[in-house]
Design a protein around this ligand. Sequence first.
Ligand code: NAP
Ligand code: ZN
Length: 369
Amino acid sequence: MASVEKREQAMEEQGGAAVLGWAARDNTGVLSPYNFSRRVPRDDDVTIKVLYCGICHTDLHIIRNDWGNANYPVVPGHEIVGVVTGVGAGVTRFKPGDTVGVGYFVGSCRSCDSCGKGNENFCAGVVLTSNGVDHAHGGASTKGGFSDVIVVNEHYVLRVPDGLPLDRTAPLLCAGVTVYSPMMRHGLNEPGKHLGVVGLGGLGHVAVKFGKAFGMKVTVISTSPSKREEALDRLGADAFLVSRDPEQMKAATGTMDGIIDTVSAWHPITPLLALLKPLGQMVVVGVPNKPLELPVYAIVPGGKGVAGSLVGSVGDCQAMLEFAGKHGIGADVEVIKMDYVNTAIERLEKNDVRYRFVIDVAGSLGSAA
Ligand code: NAP
Ligand code: ZN
């Protein structure tokens, strides 16, 4: 059946907007076209035509079922920039035509301690944008931004500041806030402090940009010597260490105030902890599917900290976007059409992207909004 007919059929059956997305059906992770329907918008919902959506390494982990929680079919995508096409009667913050963003989550319980403190990202009932369980809407599995329309409660919609290029802004909705939020929380935003960024990928390269905008000294710690010139010349890092070179690592012992570890695969962290000054702080944001090793001797003598962090709150995300707008920060992107997505994901897996793929969703799928 042609996709237009399928859309009409889905719309008749479910009453909400019929949507064309791309979904993975099993742990091969191969994506193909998928017709489904969005929920009927409620009073506090915003309907958004998706313009751009970044491809985060988390999408790759999920579609391959690396974390054992894939609920197929999975429509990935949580780095969304779009334009508002409709608002419910109770929506106060947005109107049709506004440029908006949607990040890693689209709901939370709004009554727990974390939600009360504005830390929705740490709510036990957080509703992820893709492959999440939507408690407020019958437990449906959420479908992300690799699709032409999304319906989101206004509380979880972000305003995109004027002047930011939209393709380069999409990755900020996850990669950007994931590094910005813990940098703010752990004081890794102070001029003159020395920040180490481990893994120069989607998250890592924006961490370098935020670190430099904060006035910090930034050292990239990478497995890829081929990224040295780009890190120093294009991204503005001050120094570059090859993590597999023990001599280089030894020379930097005890020099860093903080480290952000964005690595997606298992790797040794003891040599990284040795780079911290006494009382230094490592923040782990990468999510390998095997446990990292943390010998106590690596943290006890220097009183060092190891923390984790998960994206950032709605407030953090809005503040990050404002900061990015003020400092002209955007991701370095390779914009692709939807029909290139499977190749892009293979290339992402091989560390062959500088530094984020972004899908031109509206230019690939058209829109049913
Ligand atoms: P990415 O673009 O693939 O970047 C990951 C980087 O890690 C690579 O560019 C590479 O950098 C390094 N790396 C890869 N394999 C490695 C290995 N075996 N040993 C050492 N370094 C290796 O991925 P991303 O989108 O930035 O995401 C990174 C991780 O963060 C993923 O696990 C993702 O799921 C997770 N994540 C977490 C959150 C959160 O809220 N905590 C949010 C988004 C993503 P070099 O070439 O420089 O070594
Ligand atoms: Zn992500």
